[in-house]
Design a protein. Sequence first.
Length: 243
Amino acid sequence: MSSFIKKPAAALGRKLCGSGMISPDEVDALQSLPLRTPRLKAGAWVVTEGQLVSECGVLISGYACRHKVAKDGGRQIVSFHVAGDFLDVQHLWVENADHNVQLITDANVAFVPVTALRQLVEEHPAIGVALWRDSLLDASVFREWVLNVGRRGAKTRIAHMLCEFVARSEAAGLGSPSEQVIPMTQEHIGDATGLTSVHVNRMLRTLREDGALQGSGRDLQVADWKRLKQIAQFRADYLHLAA
């Protein structure tokens, strides 16, 4: 059994325990899962569209994004992911991938065989309910992203995406908003918001001038969390972080 097993179980257990649906005994059951835990480089593909998936990945450290690619090569990022997130829980029951998952930083990923996870869910139904809930929360985030890209102005759109990322990172135990360094490039931000890199650069500069952000590139940080949320018109209800 992997020497890293307690760390992946702790990362996932912390998130699932947050739902209040699983017990300490069920967290212990997570530690019985057979895992492989490679260290992967930024840009590595965790899931590729069309792949027949036999493992589910859990992000243990680092950051990832989920995206689709158009025939002309254009990429649309549809979500970002932080430590503790299942990267492809839908593949527990849907074997063919219809999207891509790619790392945006170096990361540790724990891969769990689908067969082992299915057996765990059968033996511990509460874990299955918690995973189902996690999938429903992903759907809630996707709905908000559709609204964000379709109906918010450029500055508000970027600010909202950053607020969500910071709020989810804080909930994952990765530090307060002022302590976090935002790891996305301008290209990532553009592909997540449907904006060109030039437009992203302009809006980030405006957010710095507004006092909401500081730094640049991959050293971007929140300067004023209250101000950033105000610009974003951000309400975290759809994340159900306290549920």
